[in-house]
Structure formats: structure tokens, C-alpha cells
Ligand binder design. Sequence first.
Ligand SMILES: [Zn+2]
Length: 214
Amino acid sequence: MDKNMDKKKLKAPSVCFDLPDNYEELCRVDLQKDGSLAVLVNILALVIFLAGGVIGHQFVPIHTFYSMSDGMLLYFVRLAAACAGVVLYVFLHESVHGIFIKHYSGRKAQYGFTGLYAYAGSEAYFNKRQYLVIALAPIVIWGIVLTVFLIYVPESWFWAVYFIQLINLSGAAGDLYVVWKFSGMRRDILIRDSGTDMTVYAPVQEADIGQGSR
Ligand SMILES: [Zn+2]
């Protein structure tokens, strides 16, 4: 077998519900059970949130969010809108994962809530490209929608919307982590995402060669 086999020449498998015979488990990512990974993802989320906050403050000072100079009513309406927006966002985020899961697999996604975070999972085995689209779709789509809102809302409402944008970017730290981890892997992997843990599969012989050469 050619050791210098170009990753790009590998044919991407198509989505399936039964793991092909020649595939075996390559690795697992469990953000719930792997404590140090959970800490890493939460630190990443915090860094994105704080860095995003500092950047936003350069455009519109944050005191515009908690300022009462326009009256108490506006202050509370804005606060309530931001909180409601975050709750709504969680549903919208998972819905976008679900829409792409349905699009690629033909079957509805399974939604759930662990107590810490909401998830959308599937029993399907997706190929790498499909999985990367499923993982990135919410942050990209809602990121664009929220940015358009940010351009047009009055300054007094900027931070109410920007707060949701910060949740969009930082809350997707887990999605970003798996995209980073899986994007470097070979093209013929299959990924199954139950919603709480992800398992990566690769063709048996190829996987053995890949690991042996390391
Ligand atoms: Zn997500």
C-alpha cells in the first residue's frame, strides 16, 4: 500500500444507518464524560465570550445596555428581550443542526436536554463533509442573521442583540472544537453523533496503517 496516499484522493462515503463492514471505531469525543475536555471547551467559550465583549464595547459602549437614562421601562424591556432571546436562541441553534441532519440523513434529528446543554443527535453515520456542515451551520447562519440585526438596531438595543451574538459564538465552543478535531482527519471517516457523544469510524485496514505509521 502506498504510504504517501493523498488524503484528498480517498472517496468520501455516503451517509448510512448501518456501519459498513470494513469500518471500525477510531476515536470518541464525549463532552460530558471527558472532564478535562469539558473544562477546555468551557474555557474556550469563556475566552470567546470575553474577547467578543471587549470587541463589542469598542463599537458601542456596554453602559448603553444597563443605562436607565431612557427610562426604567426601556431598561427592563431590553433586559427581558435579551433573556428571552437567549432562550429562543438555544432552540434555534439546535433546530439548524436538526434541519441539516434531516437534510443529509432523511430522518428527523433527536432533540434532548442534558441539564447543562441542549442537543440534536442522530443515529446516522455522516461523512466528514456532511458532519462539518451540520456542526458549523448554526454558528454561521445565526451569526450572519444577528450581524444584520446589529447593523440596523438603534444603539440602545445593540447590546441586547450583541449579547445573543456572544452566546451564539461562545455557546458553539463544543461545535468549534469538534470541527477543529475532525477537519484534520482523513476524508473517508464516518461520524455518528448521539447528541452527547460523537464516535468516529474509519475503514479497518486503513485505520490500522494510519495508527501504525504514527
Ligand atoms: Zn451546536
